[in-house]
Design a protein around this ligand. Structure first.
Ligand SMILES: Cc1cc2nc3c(=O)[nH]c(=O)nc-3n(C[C@H](O)[C@H](O)[C@H](O)COP(=O)(O)OP(=O)(O)OC[C@H]3O[C@@H](n4cnc5c(N)ncnc54)[C@H](O)[C@@H]3O)c2cc1C
Length: 460
């Protein structure tokens, strides 16, 4: 009854083109890219402006309808999956790049602008938007902010949160608010934009973003190193860090990651039999500068590596990076159901952490693939279900998560470096935070969302 009334009020307020009832909702709105998870929603709302978002939220709040905000639906922890029914609020029509302000080096965008599209547009003007999640051709800037997304270039350039200067957002009660602006410094009150980073659609719906840009590097070079084993690769990362060159990215792939990409993508990856690979990217504005960085890195890696190749042109670079970017889809092909974790640990702890996690998963009888961002300590751990039954898998997943997180905590790390908590990791937050810390987070949630309508069942 309440649902019918809400649907009628939404249709009257936004028009029938913007509101879809349960029977006509395409199935993708009940999922994201989380392995083996889906939900159910009673209505889909597709607003065209912040004002329409405000109207929709105000109606849902009045009728106490749960609302799940949705960007591009590429999340991997179930943030955009409607787990409590109600409405999915898709931001897909808010997809305009409003302004590229070249004088102030700032981009103002609507939330569903694709990360890759913004990067390409600003690059054509000699500017750079560095955050580069591997999903950049599909994911949205709003989703990146809501998930505190990272990427390969975090080592040198930081992550999405480092580029957010301000935003417009709509509270669950339907009030449109602003925070920050087109300025780089801001010491005026609480950092509300900072609170929204990583809030996974549980506090407010972001309707406009003001993002910092930087001048684009003009030169780039990639070096792929092959190692006999993961330990030698880990030693090499340590040596690169000590060389005081700050690469743009240092990505590692252990043997299974390399093998799966070689098997499932016909891209002819170099060193397919390597025990481990490191892909190092450097950039700058002069080739002499890159020459000296390249020399320092090759020297630092030294005899830890068995071989290396350097990509200078775009074709070479695409080939090397498509291997790294293709790991997730290769795993999906190898075992459609898998557990994907993305713990973060201090960089120096990576070798021990990886060895212990791999050992733990093997002791549970599972194949696993470990890869990730060696330069910033963010380790991707994918455990494959293979032939386990649904029942066996459901039983083992909580054991695996708890075991992996405990190893991360032991190494002074935490649950997620970039993929967030969503619905799949929510039950483990009490391993990472004290009850007082969780209580403070709940009070922040209540301040934004007194009726608890926004993305229930996520984060806390
Ligand atoms: C192949 C692949 C590779 C990936 N690689 C990376 C990677 O390298 N680094 C990384 O960080 N992530 C990666 N991801 C995960 C994912 O792409 C990111 O989490 C991304 O930021 C999600 O953006 P989205 O637009 O798809 O958001 P969605 O999945 O639609 O939503 C994610 C969360 O944000 C909320 N949300 C979305 N838009 C808004 C908004 N406007 N206002 C308020 N809340 C909102 C949703 O409610 C949900 O909780 C990868 C995913 C895939 C499938």
């Amino acid at each position: 009854m309440k649902k019918d009334q809400a649907l009628e009020a939404l249709t009257q307020s936004l028009g029938s083109d913007s509101v879809v009832s349960a029977d006509n909702i395409p199935s993708q709105y009940n999922t994201d890219r989380t392995s083996n998870r889906s939900g159910y929603c009673d209505m889909l709302i597709i607003p065209s402006s912040a004002e329409e978002v405000a109207k929709a939220l105000s109606i849902c709040n009045r009728f106490l309808i749960p609302v799940t905000p949705r960007g591009a639906g590429t999340g991997v922890t179930g943030g955009a999956i409607p787990v409590c029914g109600g409405a999915v609020l898709s931001l897909e029509k808010l997809n305009r790049i409003i302004e590229i302000d070249e004088e102030n080096l700032i981009a103002t965008v609507e939330p569903c602008v694709t990360t890759g599209a913004l990067q390409k547009l600003v690059l054509a003007k000699g500017l750079f938007y560095p955050p580069d999640p591997a999903s950049l051709e599909e994911c949205s800037i709003g989703g990146n902010v809501a998930e505190s997304a990272g990427g390969m270039r975090a080592v040198k350039y930081g992550t999405t949160k480092d580029y957010l200067l301000g935003c417009e957002f709509v509270t669950p009660e339907g009030k449109i608010m602003q925070t920050g602006g087109k300025f780089v410094k801001n010491a005026t009150g609480y950092n509300m934009a900072g609170i929204l980073v990583g809030s996974e659609g549980t506090l407010a719906v972001i309707t406009k973003l003001i993002m910092r840009l930087i001048p684009a590097p003009t030169e780039m070079r990639d070096i792929l190193f092959s190692f006999p084993d993961l330990e030698s690769a880990a030693k090499a990362v340590h040596c690169i860090t000590r060389s005081r060159v700050v690469p743009t990215a240092i990505e590692f792939m252990e043997a299974d990651a390399v093998r799966f990409v070689a098997k499932h993508h016909q891209i002819g990856i170099p060193f397919p039999d390597a025990g481990a690979q490191l892909l190092v990217q450097i950039d700058g504005t002069a080739s002499a500068e890159l020459d000296s960085q390249e020399k320092a890195i090759i020297q630092a890696v030294g005899s830890n590596a068995t071989d290396h190749i350097i990509a200078i042109n775009d074709d070479d670079r695409t080939r090397l990076w498509s291997a790294r970017r293709g790991i997730r889809t290769a795993i999906e092909k190898e075992s459609p159901v898998f557990l994907a974790e993305d713990c973060v640990v201090p960089r120096a702890a990576i070798p021990l952490f990886v060895t212990e996690v791999k050992g733990f998963l093997t002791s549970q009888g599972l194949r696993s693939v470990i890869f990730g961002h060696a330069g910033d300590g963010n380790v991707h751990i994918d455990a494959l279900r293979d032939a386990l039954s649904d029942e066996e898998w459901d039983q083992i997943v909580p054991v695996l998560r708890k075991g992996i997180y405990q190893i991360a905590f032991r190494h002074e790390g935490t649950i997620s470096g970039e993929h967030g908590i969503g619905c799949v990791r929510r039950d483990y937050m009490d391993l990472a935070f004290s009850s007082d810390e969780l209580d403070l987070m709940r009070r922040i949630k209540t301040a934004f969302d007194p009726n608890g309508i926004l993305n229930p069942g996520k984060v806390i």
